[in-house]
Design a protein around this ligand. Structure first.
Ligand code: PLP
Length: 433
């Protein structure tokens, strides 16, 4: 059995998991979306406390992968993608956080990146030509993808990031690996990077020479495994017998949208909250019904500086383009950098916990939601380790953050990247690889 994926622009042939993973974006530029999602059995939910993370992940993703990867290979891919901790930590009475940053690049994207890399490797096992993974990053994607694909035979990775808009640790993660990883910096914004990558996918001169694939959350193999986090948190919270609301620091809305797929699989989540910085196009949509993307504005939660969230179209699809249904399942709250800084300090003073700027926004959104809904339990996703944002956090809490091994080991490596100013320069570099 195969899961069928179709394009949300409705003008491409249907596809299976392998083809949709290879292509990234459908030929008509639409995002792929799974056709029939089958709810998991009641017995799965009855016994979920007894299942390991790997077992939960396998049951959840199996139908999306279908028969294109054998069950035994899929189990290994899962093991290799979630081989670190996902601790759930209580911050206040009705607020917990699930830490998703214990992987190799200390951002939640490690799971999706490693899962996708291993799927691509599996699909490429008998092929001769290299695949080129092309990815635009606002900070964390690039590092996670580079790390996920590092040293994999048959894959070249090209990462495009906006100059001076990623943190110093993020830059290290992008530019110090070498081997099959090439870093390119653009004098522009993340949205410019994303536009350029999209253009390259449609550029026949490039696609006739290279098999390109994306590794942004538009790629189903990177997007779907993100549903695991919500399931792991649910497993550990089921016993408290309260309705659960997730607060997800959101940029391209891939992570939160994966949580909504978990809900489709039968997980009884009450609601999702997207926490945003001032880049709040979806919040404005929910209050005005007008979707009006604008250029992104730089903030201290840079992974969320997205003006036009690519996964929003999937979210609309999940709720069948029904505005009222969407609005009853999703709230969005946005906050300024100043509020974010204050939240980091408040959490630290009250509990000793150090939140990163993205997690701090998640926390603020929980507090806001609980004001009118005091009886639920909220969980915000801690999407990155605070050490990735030393320059921002240390002056706020007036304390040194201990560097984890993953960061210590790269901090003194030398950075290699090429600067480009426009699409043609980018293209020249890409074709040279
Ligand atoms: C990517 C990222 C986000 C946003 O995730 P989306 O899936 O794009 O909404 C939030 N926080 C951090 C730390 C990230 O790296």
């Amino acid at each position: 059995m195969s899961m069928i994926y179709y394009s949300l622009n409705y003008n491409s042939p249907e596809s299976n998991f392998e083809n949709a993973t290879r292509k990234g974006l459908a030929p008509d530029k639409g995002l792929y979306f799974p056709k029939d999602i089958t709810k998991l059995d009641d017995s799965f939910f009855d016994e979920i406390e007894k299942l390991s993370y790997s077992e939960i992940a396998f049951q959840a993703i199996k139908q999306f992968v279908g028969s294109e990867i054998s069950e035994s290979a899929l189990k290994i891919i899962i093991e290799e993608s979630i081989n670190f901790d996902f601790p759930l930590i209580k911050i206040e009475n009705s607020i917990s956080t699930i830490e998703l940053f214990h992987g190799p690049t200390m951002a939640f994207k490690d799971v999706g990146a490693h899962f996708m890399a291993r799927c691509v490797k599996y699909f490429n096992r008998n092929k001769k030509n290299n695949v080129t993974v092309l990815v635009a990053t606002s900070g964390d994607t690039g590092g996670a993808v580079a790390n996920g694909f590092y040293n994999l035979d048959g894959v070249d990775v090209v990462i495009l990031y906006p100059k001076n808009r990623v943190s110093s640790v993020q830059k290290k993660q992008l530019t110090t690996l070498g081997k099959n990883i090439t870093a390119i910096e653009l004098n522009g914004t993340f949205d410019d990077c994303q536009e350029m990558v999209k253009k390259a996918f449609l550029d026949k001169e490039i696609t006739s020479k290279k098999e390109l694939t994306s590794a942004n959350s538009i790629n189903i193999a990177r997007w779907l495994p993100q549903m695991f986090y919500f399931m792991f948190a649910y497993r550990d919270l089921k016993k408290i017998n309260k309705q659960i609301v997730f607060s997800v620091p959101s940029g391209n809305f891939g992570n939160i949208c994966a949580g909504m797929i978990a809900q489709k699989l039968g997980f009884p989540f009450k609601k999702f909250i997207a926490a945003n910085n001032i880049n709040n196009v979806v919040e404005r949509y929910l209050s005005t019904k007008i979707y009006d993307p604008v250029s992104s504005i730089q903030t201290i939660s840079n992974a969320m500086d997205v003006g036009c969230p690519s996964n929003f179209i999937r979210i609309k699809k999940i709720y069948n383009d029904n505005y009222d249904e969407l609005k009853s399942n999703l709230s969005v709250f946005s906050f300024s950098d100043l509020a974010t800084r204050k939240a980091i300090l408040k959490i630290f003073k009250n509990t000793g916990y150090i939140a990163d700027p993205h997690g701090a926004l998640g926390y603020l959104a929980c507090v806001e939601y609980l004001k009118t809904n005091p009886n639920v339990h909220t969980v915000f996703l801690e999407t990155a380790h605070p050490a990735k944002f030393l320059d921002t956090i240390e002056p706020i809490i007036k304390k040194k953050i201990k560097l984890p091994n993953q960061i210590q080991s790269i901090i003194n490596k030398s950075e290699v990247s090429t600067e480009v100013k426009n699409y043609n320069e980018f293209k020249e570099n890409l074709l040279r690889i």
